[in-house]
Write a protein that binds this ligand. Sequence first.
Ligand code: ATP
Ligand code: MG
Length: 301
Amino acid sequence: MAKIDLKRLEKFLRPYRVTKGKGFKLKDHDPGDTHGIKSEQKTEAKALLARGVEWLAEEQEKLYAQDRWGVLLVFQAMDAAGKDGTIKHVMSGVNPQGVQVTSFKAPSSEELDHDFLWRCMKATPERGRIGIFNRSYYEEVLVVRVHEALLAKQKLPAKLVTKRIWQERYEDIANFERYLARNGYLILKFFLNVSRGEQKKRFLERLDRPEKNWKFSSADARERGYWGKYMAAYQDLIRHTATEHAPWYVVPADNKWFSRLVVAAAIVESMERLDLHFPKVDAAVKKELATARALLLGEKR
Ligand code: ATP
Ligand code: MG
């Protein structure tokens, strides 16, 4: 496969990649941005995406064979931003045995009996694999922040629930990610940034098309009422948790073909930097392989 032009990829990703959160402003990020790629060029963009998907499938084999690095991809977004479709497309070429997708919903009573990272820690991928979090511990500073009644259900001792709690959660999350990074995990976090108008359009589509009805829930429509609070929470969490070793990608998500391209490009770029390769076979193993070959060839039938 053709060599990856890292410089070009890096330049393409620069507007979307956040590694230093300080001063980050969500309003500087347009959900409709397509990096100047016109919709007439969509076919080219799709071909590029297909190449990225193919490349990823090959790299994943090396990741698995090498068994040193692990990859954690975190997806966060408002409803109908396209998380599920993005995960499906970008991972479409990868061997299913090498990927683990975990969707985090409202916590169960067992989960509420533990600290908030517990369920996510259990789901981190093994070395050699790609783990995908469809929602994550970031819900703890999103939905739980927007609806503080959820916090009351978390069974925390009252004196630990102070106005510093969100700041403390950012710190705990950042420490957890640094810990994972130091243990050999590549962590990439994607915020699929859809606009309120585009979300409305997609909700209406879900209502208009019978085969999409199942995806619609009136609770999702109610959450639109808290849009501003959610956006403030996203901005704040990105400010506090964007780092070099666990960057956020603020992905323009009003055009699905474009958001998929950005996500694939980000994964390709970062995995290329891991410099993955198949393990080298040493002389002793080579000898063993030669013996095995001779044995097989010497068999009568
Ligand atoms: P998605 O909307 O991601 O495609 P879904 O519609 O299949 O998934 P839902 O039943 O909507 O699944 O579950 C996700 C819901 O769980 C979201 O509303 C999310 O905010 C909520 N959730 C996730 N984590 C938590 C948490 N820690 N505390 C409270 N609610 C949470
Ligand atoms: Mg939902």
